[in-house]
Design a protein around this ligand. Structure first.
Ligand SMILES: *[C@@H]1O[C@H](CO)[C@@H](O)[C@H](O)[C@H]1NC(C)=O
Ligand SMILES: *[C@@H]1O[C@H](CO)[C@@H](O)[C@H](O)[C@H]1NC(C)=O
Length: 611
């Protein structure tokens, strides 16, 4: 599909037609001179003035003229953006991760064979008209352009029904407590009315920016923008975690730039991205986990020589986008190299151990294989990078498809009683199976559905639907209707009960993964059951996590009369949980079109490019 647009773009921009037209007229230099001599003095002055005016006009417009093909309305757009400095042509050439040796050319007719032929009918509820009616400006990110968002920002209508209004009210409640007790700090402690700092980057404000924008909260957006513009500085002498800061801060700054069109956010993103780059100066190119933003010294975590596999492979969407927005390839190149390196490592049926050494570039042998903590978003970013780059980097898709086959074969089991399908873990390099599933793993059905939406095998959808039921049960079987951090599944025959929870795992941190999947599943299938499940969970948050000054994580989902509040509201509650719920309840299921945006691991939407 995208290939078509690319071809038309090329045809429209070939200057040959103009050259040919001129030469056909057959004007020689001599006849031009004769014509000139026949003009009166006045006529010559007029010609001089016209030429001069043409020169001025050219100087004024030329540096920022991007002709572009707008696929949604079929018109050739000339974007005139004088604030935007066009990079030299060398930078405008298509930038993408070097394909691996085994990759074929872009069109890939042969390799498409194992992909479903449902790409044409993949969007039952979306057609071209919806794209135009939604009022959003279609992406003009054609091959080799520096991407600039719509100048006036993308328009959102604000809440349009009671459920959405309730989510907005929840957001404002959280925001009010944060503003009163923790403004400018990373997290609110809503019970004691104090704050918690982790990186000293005002995480809650930054992480919530695009949620605020999407909810249409103008006043809150103005105060958050003001804080970012004047008080967000990256020169604090403090170590930060590359992955966390990339997905939360860099991701949100880039999203805010794309949605609002405000260049200040991009300037901040460039400053931050530049300070994070030293992480990649390891022997292998696999980044160190931590960096000091002031001294720009990077190092491994204090507790280990290794980085987490998911952390080093969950920064690529953001660094690529930063390069696409600035025309400076160094961000994308550093991060894409890591993906390519991990692609080249030996895996067992696409599954990766959770630790990797930045100096040797090798996995730690015998470490756990899981789709939960430290493994999860490796798989997520394989698919999402493939989508972000217009489905042009085949190894990403192939590694994802292979990994999902590996998951189906080695990590899935059913409970004895109700045959719920779940995903467990492999310990000791694959020798022992542990029937334990992190709530984090509940991101997977949404990601699988996103893959099927983009033409991946239909059997992924069956896995997604079954996992949705299991994740829903993780909530529904608790008396608080909130899922614990970790659930164990019962696979022994002749026992009762499908799942159990250990005391140390019984907390709920207001995490988003299941409501994230609910949104994808609802958007892709249109099945309203997913909205109803989301509403049940939202009400459980209202009942058991809401406190006077915000929302708190709780220590025990098993006891409604003693939930053991933990006095902590993490930034992802505003960035992800409430955003996904708001999107899930939207009357317009394509409020944020999956064909235009890919959401990073912290729910920050970034544009999909053609290449
Ligand atoms: C998809 O369609 C192409 C051409 O129309 C065909 O060659 C290919 O075998 C089909 N693949 C599947 C999985 O049906
Ligand atoms: C919607 O999803 C629920 C939960 O998986 C399922 O029970 C129901 O049959 C689905 N409805 C339709 C119309 O597919």
């Amino acid at each position: 599909m995208l290939g078509q647009f690319r071809k038309e773009y090329v045809a429209l921009n070939l200057p040959n037609t103009i050259v040919d037209a001129n030469s056909n007229r057959g004007w020689s230099k001599r006849s031009l001179w004769r014509w000139w001599n026949q003009l009166s003095r006045f006529q010559r002055s007029v010609v001089y003035i016209l030429i001069l005016a043409a020169c001025f006009a050219a100087l004024y417009f030329l540096p920022a003229t991007h002709p572009s093909w707008n696929p949604s309305n079929g018109k050739l757009n000339i974007a005139l953006d004088r604030n935007h400095v066009t990079p030299p042509l060398s930078l405008l050439s298509p930038k993408k991760a070097q394909p691996p040796d085994n990759s074929l050319d872009k069109e890939q007719p042969a390799k498409e064979a194992h992909i479903n032929n449902n790409t044409q009918k993949k969007q039952p509820m979306l057609d071209k008209e919806d794209l135009v009616l939604s009022g959003e400006t279609a992406n003009n990110n054609n091959v080799g352009q520096v991407h600039s968002p719509p100048r006036d920002g993308v328009k959102f209508s604000g809440s349009t029904n009671e459920r959405q209004a309730a989510v907005v009210a929840a957001f404002r409640h959280a925001w009010k407590g944060y503003k009163k007790y923790a403004w400018g700090h990373d997290h609110l402690k809503p019970i004691t009315g104090t704050f918690h700092d982790w990186f000293n980057l005002g995480l809650t404000i930054v992480d919530a920016l695009d949620t605020i924008y999407i909810m249409g909260l103008k006043e809150e957006f103005a105060e958050a923008r003001e804080w970012v513009a004047n008080s967000l500085h990256f020169d604090g002498n403090r170590d930060v975690n590359l992955f966390e800061v990339t997905i939360r801060v860099l991701g949100s700054l880039l999203s805010s730039y794309h949605l609002s069109g405000d260049r200040m956010f991009l300037d901040k993103a460039v400053d931050l991205g530049t300070r994070l780059l030293p992480c990649f100066d390891s022997d292998s190119g696999v980044p160190y986990s931590d960096v000091n933003l002031a001294t720009r010294k990077a190092h491994s975590p204090k507790w280990s020589p290794d980085s987490s596999t998911s952390e080093v492979t969950t920064i690529q969407l953001e660094f690529r986008d930063l390069s696409r927005c600035t025309g400076d390839p160094k961000f994308e190149d550093s991060a894409a190299k890591v993906s390519l390196h991990v692609h080249g490592l030996e895996k067992s049926e696409g599954l990766v151990p959770i630790f990797i050494n930045a100096n040797t570039g090798h996995f730690r042998s015998y470490s756990t294989i899981t789709l939960g903590a430290r493994g999860d978003s490796y798989y997520e970013y394989l698919l999402k990078q493939w989508i972000q780059t217009g489905q042009t980097i085949d190894y990403l898709r192939d590694d994802f498809v292979e990994a999902i086959s590996g998951v189906m074969k080695h990590l899935t089991r059913r409970t004895a009683q109700n045959k719920y399908l779940f995903i467990g873990e492999l310990l000791a390099g694959g020798r022992d199976f542990k029937p334990k599933m992190d709530h984090l793993t509940c991101y997977l059905p949404g990601t699988l559905a996103l893959g099927v939406h983009n033409g991946l095998p239909q059997e992924h959808m069956q896995l997604a639907e079954e996992l949705m039921t299991t994740c829903y049960q993780m909530y529904a079987q608790q008396p608080t209707f909130l899922a614990p951090e970790i659930t164990y599944f019962n696979i022994q025959e002749r026992t009762t009960g499908d799942m159990s929870v250990k005391t140390n795992d019984a907390h709920n941190l207001l995490r988003p993964e299941f409501v994230e999947s609910l949104w994808y599943m609802y958007q892709i299938t249109g099945n309203k059951t997913y909205q109803d499940w989301g509403w049940q969970i939202f009400q459980a948050f209202e009942k058991y996590a809401k406190v006077v000054n915000g929302y708190t994580s709780i220590g025990n989902v098993r006891n409604p009369v003693n939930t053991r509040p933990r006095d902590m509201m993490e930034s992802f509650f505003l960035s992800e949980t409430l955003k996904y719920l708001y999107l899930l309840f939207s009357d317009d299921p394509h409020i944020l079109s999956l064909d235009k945006y890919v959401l990073n691991s912290e729910a920050h939407p970034l544009p999909i490019y053609d290449t």
